[in-house]
Design a protein around this ligand. Sequence first.
Ligand code: AR6
Length: 231
Amino acid sequence: KTQETVSSSSGMASQKIKVSEDMAPGSISHDESDIPTLAFPSISTADFQFDLEKASDVIVGKVEEFMDKLGNARLVLVDLTERSKILSLVRAKAAEKKIDSKRFFTFIGDICQLYTKGGLCCNVIANAANWRLKPGGGGVNAAIFNAGGPALEAATKEQARSLLPGNALVVPLPSTSPLYSKEGVTHVIHVLGPNMNPRRPNCLDNDYVKGCKVLEDAYSSLFKGFLSIAN
Ligand code: AR6
């Protein structure tokens, strides 16, 4: 028994998926789950106060660079509301560069509930982390650690205790984590972006030459980490 549903996405491409009605509770079994998909938030552009125009150039530039390495995998930029300025900027710039909207698109929703609330299957999600790789602190970091539960915290500690700006850390998620069992997420990739907020550690004091370089490094590390899982 299958049921056709069209998700509530208002991204560049709308997603058509088949959801089986008689699958075991909590299990995920449909067509799209076979496509390796990375959902990522816009790194550094909220709490870390990075300029949105500059960040959107970096995102689209890096996506373009990785496009031909993706195979059938997909990259999805996520934000919480349809008023998201970073999503509009990135959508416009990606369209200008004629980036394949099946391989890269934007999606509105909580990155912790993309499957259960949005019908979008993402086996990997990225986190805009802090250097200590600690839960809490607000933003997407608090949301992901909260949704991932103690299993995510333990799995993260097993891999590393801290992160340098521009770096990413791939964390395989134990099946005991609700993010795995409910949302189908097998890996979380923590990313530390450049910080322009004077009240946070390692503030770059508006040095956007360095800032853009660190943000480029952050997306390169993220996409490389994703490809190492996808392929
Ligand atoms: N789902 C999708 N996108 C989200 C969600 C969510 N649940 N929550 C926030 N965003 P931020 P940063 C978007 O501030 O600027 C933390 O305290 C948000 O709208 O989470 O890199 C860490 O501990 C924005 O577009 O990350 C660090 O100390 C994007 O995610 C610091 O903040 C990133 O916003 C990192 O700051």
